[in-house]
Design a protein around this ligand. Structure first.
Ligand code: PHE
Length: 427
C-alpha cells in the first residue's frame, strides 16, 4: 500500500508497519498557508504577531512538519499509552517519525535556541479526526512561550513590571483561579514559589486575554460590517478560564470566549513543567508558561468562512478575496448542491473499526469533495449479536457541480476499502 521510501522536505523515510500517511496528506504539507501573507491564515498570523512586536518575543514560522516521536510526545512527558500516540489519531511516516500533531513539538528546540525571553511558533499540524465543517486533517496552531530566571534579582518585581506592560483590555473575565492558581488536581511545581506561580499565571492569562481581545475585536468589527446586528456585538467581550490537563504543563487551563451564544474553546495553556526545560539543557533556574492557539476556527469567524475546506481550495475566486493586512468578509461565489450517500455494514468481530478509520478512507477517496461524514446509526442484532453501523456521507464541492457517476465511483472505492481492510459486510 505504501512505497518503500517516502521523500519529504529533502529527507527520505523508510516505511514500516507504522506508516499510515496517504498521499493527499503529504501534498498538504507543501502548502504552508500560514506563510502566505494574502491567505486568511497568514493574515491572522500577521495580525497576532503585529500585536506582540517589541514585547520580547521571537517569531518562528518555518519548522518542517515532520518531527520525531521524541519531539512530539516523549520530551513533553506523554505517557506511553496516551491515545494521541495511536495510529488512529496520528499520521506516521514510520515508527520514529510523524507529522506533528501540535506546535508544542517545537517547544524543546525553541527553549534551547531562543535568545529572547519568549517566542511564538506558527505551523501546520496534522490529526486524524472527524469530517465536518470545522474539522480538517491539517490545520494551524500558534504556540507562545515565555521564561524568567530565578537568578534574576527580585524576579517577582520583574514579572510584575512585565504584567504592567501588557496592554490593557476591556474584556470581562471569569476566573475562579486568579488568586489561587493551584490545587491538588492542578498542582504547582515544587521548584517555583507560590508567588512565582501566581505571578507567572497572571502574566500568562493577561497575555492571552490581550491576544483574544485583539483578534475578537476585529472579528466583531467585521461581523458588524457584514451587517450583523446581534446584541452581544455591542457588549464587552467575555472570556472564562477553565482548568485543563496537559502532560507538560501544570497548573494548566483553557481560555474560552463567549461568541454567538456559546463558549468557544480556543487555547490550551499552562506553566511549563521543569522537566521540559531541563530536557532542553537549560539551567535549573528557568520557569515560565506556554500556550497553543488554534488558528483555523478563529480565521473562519474573522473572515466569515463557512467551511474549513475553503482554506485549501485553489480556486482563484477564493484567493482573490483576501489581501495582506485586511480583514474582509468572504463572499460565497455560490453554494453547489451536494450528493448524499449512505454506507451501512455489519462489522467483523475480529477487526475493530475506529470512526477515524472510516473518516480516513472517505478522505482518501473523496478528498475535498467530502463535506461531512456522520455516523447516523448503530445497532446490535438481537439474535446474532452482530453489530451494524451506518454512515452518511455528504459529498459537495466548494468549486463546482458534482456528477452522480463520479460520486458513485468514489463511493464504490470507499466500500471496497472498508471490506478489504476491515472485513465488513456491506448491507
Ligand atoms: N499543544 C496543546 C494542544 O494542541 C496546547 C498547549 C500548548 C497546551 C502549550 C499547553 C501548553 O492542545
Amino acid at each position: 500500500k505504501y512505497p518503500e521510501q517516502i521523500e519529504l522536505d529533502g529527507k527520505s523515510y523508510k516505511t514500516d508497519e507504522w506508516t499510515n500517511i496517504p498521499q493527499f496528506i503529504l501534498e498538504l504539507t507543501k502548502r504552508q498557508l500560514h506563510q502566505n501573507p494574502n491567505h486568511p491564515i497568514g493574515i491572522l498570523r500577521d495580525l497576532i504577531e503585529e500585536n506582540f512586536k517589541g514585547m520580547g518575543y521571537e517569531f518562528y514560522y518555518d519548522f518542517k512538519p515532520t518531527v520525531t516521536t521524541y519531539q512530539n510526545f516523549d520530551v513533553l512527558g506523554f505517557p506511553q499509552d496516551h491515545p494521541g500516540r495511536s495510529k488512529s489519531d496520528t499520521y506516521y511516516l514510520n515508527k520514529e517519525h510523524l507529522l506533528r500533531t501540535h506546535t508544542s513539538a517545537h517547544e524543546h528546540e525553541c527553549f534551547q535556541q531562543s535568545k529572547t525571553p519568549g517566542y511564538f511558533i506558527t505551523a501546520d499540524v496534522y490529526r486524524k479526526d472527524e469530517v465536518d465543517r470545522t474539522h480538517y486533517p491539517a490545520f494551524h496552531q500558534m504556540e507562545g512561550a515565555r521564561l524568567w530566571s530565578q537568578n534574576t534579582p527580585n524576579v517577582e518585581e520583574q514579572i510584575k513590571r512585565d504584567i504592567e506592560s501588557i496592554p490593557k483590555t476591556n474584556i470581562i473575565v471569569e476566573d475562579p483561579f486568579r488568586d489561587q492558581p493551584f490545587n491538588l488536581e492542578n498542582p504547582k511545581q515544587e521548584y517555583m514559589t507560590d508567588e512565582q506561580c501566581r505571578l507567572t499565571s497572571i502574566h500568562l492569562k493577561k497575555t492571552l486575554e490581550y491576544l483574544v481581545n485583539q483578534v475578537f475585536e476585529k472579528a466583531r468589527e467585521s461581523a458588524k460590517l457584514a451587517g450583523s446586528t446581534e446584541e452581544y456585538l455591542n457588549e464587552p467581550l467575555k472570556v472564562r478560564w477553565v482548568e485543563a490537563y496537559f502532560p507538560w504543563t501544570t497548573p494548566s487551563w483553557e481560555i474560552e470566549v463567549w461568541w454567538k451564544g456559546e463558549w468557544l474553546e480556543c487555547c490550551g495553556c499552562g506553566l511549563v513543567k521543569q522537566q521540559v526545560l531541563t530536557n532542553a539543557e537549560l539551567e535549573n533556574d528557568k520557569f515560565g508558561w506556554a500556550f497553543g492557539v488554534g488558528l483555523d476556527r478563529i480565521a473562519m469567524l474573522l473572515f466569515g468562512i463557512p467551511d474549513i475546506r475553503l482554506f485549501w481550495t485553489l480556486d482563484e475566486r477564493f484567493a482573490n478575496q483576501f489581501q495582506k493586512g485586511k480583514i474582509s468578509t468572504f463572499q460565497p461565489y455560490s453554494k453547489f448542491p451536494g450528493i448524499k450517500r449512505d454506507c451501512s455494514f455489519w462489522l467483523a468481530n475480529e477487526s475493530p473499526l475506529h470512526v477515524n478509520d472510516v473518516m480516513e478512507i472517505v478522505r482518501q477517496h473523496g478528498g475535498d469533495l467530502v463535506e461531512n461524514v456522520v455516523n447516523i446509526d448503530e445497532f446490535i442484532h438481537p439474535k446474532t449479536g452482530r453489530k451494524s453501523q451506518c454512515y452518511r456521507i455528504n459529498y459537495q464541492s466548494m468549486d463546482r457541480n458534482l456528477t452522480n457517476d463520479e460520486i458513485n465511483a468514489i463511493h464504490q472505492k470507499v466500500e471496497d476499502d472498508l471490506v478489504k481492510y476491515f472485513q465488513v459486510e456491506i448491507r
